[in-house]
Design a protein around this ligand. Sequence first.
Ligand code: ZN
Length: 159
Amino acid sequence: MCIICSSNSQDLEFLTELDCFGCPLLTSIPETLVNLTILDCSGCPLLTSIPETLTHLIILDCFNCPLLLSIPNTLVQLTKLECFCCPLLTSIPDTLTHLTILNCFCCQLLLSIPDTLTHLIKLDCFGCPLLLSIPDTLVQLTWLSSIDEYFGRSKCLST
Ligand SMILES: [Zn+2]
């Protein structure tokens, strides 16, 4: 159990960093935690959503959440998003234009990578069977692990 599930304190709204990694009980993150800049809610089997109000988030780890349906399009400050192994995630918001690192591999329903993520340096998206192409606009990419690695080959743009 994490601090969210075990606390009824209102003080939590002043938190800037929160780690709920692997909490078996967590179903949602309070939308009052508007000061969060770093959130790790990965490995939470019951978590279905991330609040739209967390607009100060810079780093979001929400990987391995089997019920997570989407990433809010309001998280426009995000520079790093780790949302791999989220089998219900179908898209990455095109508003996350500050992202430099996106790890979204093994998302079974992910359909596309937005062409607006022009600051991406690292993109890890292998094992996404519905993802058929990478946008040409990701000109800053120096590290890409993609569709090819799914078939046992890796592609590294920096070499
Ligand atoms: Zn908890």
